[in-house]
Design a protein around this ligand. Structure first.
Ligand code: HEC
Length: 128
């Protein structure tokens, strides 16, 4: 007579399921936060390139953007130049605080971009 091995007994099998489900849930959660950061950066790129929003390409060459102007410096290696994201938020919100003579529009002070939109643009800049 063949006996079912204890490890494969129908009564012990369901007990392994919760641990497996938990591992799956943890994996999905970790994946979701990375996906969230990526989608914020993608949203930021859209806002930066949109001619009626950030319109950053009018003055800045930016990787992935077409027909840039050259009034401002190329935006490159931004994460190493400005490791503190608050500095980038400040530049985009109101660059006149750093340089009263700048031609860069104060996107936050003039409400061209909302604080949430500025946050997304900063997420994008940190990928450069
Ligand atoms: C009308 C032109 C203009 C537009 C539009 C513009 N900028 Fe600028 N930006 C400048 C200039 C000029 C500078 C150089 C610094 C200064 O003038 O104070 C600058 C500087 C910067 C810097 C600092 C770069 C560095 O290497 O130190 C960042 C970051 C930046 N801009 C981001 C943006 C983003 C993001 C947008 C779009 C939301 C944007 N700029 C739109 C003109 C512009």
């Amino acid at each position: 007579m063949t006996e079912t091995p204890v490890t494969d007994h129908p009564l012990t099998r369901p007990a392994r399921l919760p641990a497996f489900a938990l591992a799956l849930a943890i994996g999905a959660f970790a994946g979701a936060s990375t996906a969230q950061a990526q989608s914020a950066a993608a949203e930021g790129q859209k806002l930066a390139f949109d001619r009626s929003k950030g319109n950053c390409l009018t003055c800045h060459a930016i990787k992935g953007g077409n027909l840039p102007g050259s009034i401002g410096p190329e935006l490159i290696d931004i994460k190493s130049k400005y490791p503190n994201r608050e500095d980038l938020v400040a530049i985009i919100t109101d660059e006149t605080l750093r340089n009263p003579l700048t031609v860069m529009p104060p996107f936050g002070r003039n409400r061209i971009l909302t604080p949430r939109e500025i946050d997304a643009v900063v997420d994008f800049l940190q990928t450069l």
